[in-house]
Each structure stands twice: as structure tokens, then as C-alpha cells.
Design a protein around this ligand. Structure first.
Ligand SMILES: [Mg+2]
Length: 247
């Protein structure tokens, strides 16, 4: 059956971090943001660099733990609140969440660059009539995510934007893919998931009956076989299965 909808992973599929600033520069910017934010909250006596680093480490630990267990997205506000308590900075959950978000350097500022053919390929697929959904693992959704996409030139009028933190689960949990299909009103057999991770994108989509196109990179899973494989996004445009959409 011809495809009606294309689901796209974002990181290392549509944009990459090859030109990202060094870790020390991230830390410097995060500390600067933390200082501004702590001043707004009237918190004194805490080292902003330590605050930013502690929040970030706690976020990464929580995400790692979720990936290794039930894939349930952590409540990052609570994670940050508890980490800050350990530094003697006592904030409520929403204040801690806002501080964490303020110190999170993302998008173009975080060194993300769209692959040169990404926007043109997405636009052409849309012209061919395909519904397009972004299906991404991210700790921050909402306007922050949409702004990052806009700045990267990847705001192509998505028919659905599925962000793990908004769904409550990380890929490869089926909820993310099912959420995209529901939003698009498309059956699994009419959708193709495009992504660079065998473990998260390919295995996750296949588990709910969605075919996959893998952007070849260092494999992160064994025994997972995508239906299609490509190196450059522009190759999607010459795939017979993607010549045109069939409503
Ligand atoms: Mg990816």
C-alpha cells in the first residue's frame, strides 16, 4: 500500500551537531544564564556554574535511567528541584523547571545545523502530498522546540509534532509513534519512519507496524533491519515508494 505520511526523527536525521561549540563553551553560557536566572529569583550565595552543571548532570542521569528502564520521561522539574536542594538552593518545582530550561542551550545556539538538503527535501515531499510529522526525543517541547526548528529552517508546516516529553515516553516506546499516527489519522501501514537510530527509530516504529528508512550511521542496535537505507536525505526523493502520496 502506498505511503501517505512520513515521520521524521530530528537529531542526526534532519540536523546535526558537527559544528557544536566545545563543552567548556556550553558550560560558560549555561553558567551565565543560571546567574541571570538566580538573580531574578533573588537567590544568592550559590555558584551559578555549579548550579547549571548540577541541573544538567541530573537531567542527563534521569534520562539515562529512563532509557535503561521503562522509557517513561522523567519529570525534569522535580529532577532539577531535588538536585538544587542538594546544593542548598531551595526552589519549588516550577521555579526549578524554569531554571533548568533557562540553562539548557539548544537549537542553533547549541551548535545544531540542518543538513544542507533537509528543508528542500521536506518541502518537496510536502509538495508530493505526503503528511509530515516530527517524532523526536527531547527534554523540552512547546515553543522552545518550535523556535529551534524555525531557526534551523526546518519549520516546514508539520502536520504533527510529537515530542517525547509531551507524550510522556521516550522513543522507542510505541506511544510516540501511535501518537503521530493518531494525529495524522493514518494507519501504520501507510506511514514511513525516517531516522538515524536503529534502536529508537527503526525498532520502535517497526514494533507498531510502521516501515522504516534508516539514515545510515554507526549502528546502535544489532539484528534490526530497516526496509530502506540511505546516506543523504535527497535520496528519499528518488525512492519509488515516495514518488507521490496516495490519499
Ligand atoms: Mg536521531
Amino acid at each position: 500500500m502506498p505511503f501517505r505520511a512520513l515521520l521524521f526523527d530530528i537529531g542526526d536525521t534532519l540536523w546535526h551537531s558537527r559544528a557544536a561549540p566545545p563543552a567548556a563553551e556550553f558550560r560558560r553560557r549555561a553558567a551565565e544564564r543560571a546567574a541571570e536566572h538566580l538573580a531574578l529569583l533573588g537567590v544568592t550565595g550559590a555558584d551559578p556554574a555549579v548550579v547549571a552543571r548540577t541541573c544538567w548532570d541530573a537531567l542527563e542521569d534521569a534520562m539515562r535511567c529512563a532509557r535503561a528502564t521503562d522509557l517513561r520521561e522523567p519529570d525534569y522539574g522535580l529532577v532539577a528541584m531535588s538536585a538544587l536542594h542538594s546544593l542548598g538552593v531551595n526552589l519549588g518545582r516550577s521555579e526549578a523547571a524554569a531554571l533548568l530550561e533557562a540553562t539548557y542551550i539548544s537549537g542553533m545556539e547549541g551548535g545544531k545545523s540542518p543538513f544542507p538538503d533537509a528543508a528542500a527535501v521536506l518541502s518537496e515531499l510536502r509538495r508530493r502530498g505526503f503528511l509530515l510529522a516530527a517524532v523526536t526525543n527531547r527534554a523540552f517541547g512547546g515553543e522552545r522546540f518550535r523556535a529551534d526548528l524555525r531557526e534551523a529552517g526546518l519549520d516546514v508546516g508539520w502536520d504533527a509534532e510529537v515530542v517525547s516529553v509531551e507524550v510522556g515516553y521516550l522513543k522507542p516506546h510505541p506511544a510516540n509513534f501511535q501518537h503521530a499516527l493518531e494525529r495524522l489519522k493514518v494507519a501504520p501501514a501507510r506511514a514511513l519512519m525516517v531516522g538515524n537510530s536503529l534502536a529508537e527509530d527503526v525498532a520502535g516504529a517497526q514494533a507498531v507496524g510502521i516501515a522504516t528508512a534508516w539514515r545510515r550511521c554507526t549502528p546502535d542496535a544489532e539484528g534490526v533491519v530497516p526496509e530502506f537505507t540511505f546516506d543523504e536525505l535527497s535520496e528519499l526523493l528518488s525512492m519509488p515508494a515516495l514518488r507521490s502520496s496516495c490519499p
